[in-house]
Write a protein that binds this ligand. Sequence first.
Ligand code: SF4
Ligand code: SF4
Length: 185
Amino acid sequence: MSDAAIAPEGASKKLHRDLRRAGTDVWACYQCGRCSAGCPLSGFFDLLPMEVIRLAAYGAEETLLNSRSIWLCASCETCTTRCPNDIDIARTMDVLRERALDRGYSPAEPRVAAFHKAFLNSVRQYGRTFELGMIGAYKLSSGDMLGDFKLGLKLLARGKLRLLPSSIRGKAEVRRIFRRSRKEG
Ligand code: SF4
Ligand code: SF4
């Protein structure tokens, strides 16, 4: 990480408030690096998990919300499990993604953002994922029409993708959760 990247950009009170609400005390980090050493995706990140935590403590929101790491994180929680200070790094990544969208930042990895959106819309609509519909929505919004095409055909042939959506009994409750989380920001 360059010196420019760690230059404080003005503490973001709201970012700190969101992180506190998510139960993340970024100031507890003493930069031991255990999170970064265990992250299976760190080779693709532009900021290591430990750098994300330090920048969050500085309130360097601009750098964080423009980073690829927050979108490439797979939420596997390896980092969170390895942290000796109980810092929830995976949840921090969630908060940063939400914040990037709220503040109108263009996701540094647009296809990942398109996938998140298609997944959430599917759950909101049916109470669970309808894979075929979700893939269609993702393909249309990402423009990635042919990626994994052969794999999709194989899954269809083996009956792993339902042609029609199925609903669940608690659909209304799921929609309520979405409404409530939107209301609470
Ligand atoms: S494992 Fe925890 S304390 Fe160590 S660098 Fe990562 S966030 Fe900081
Ligand atoms: S949750 Fe994200 S940052 Fe943490 S180890 Fe997994 S991929 Fe890496």
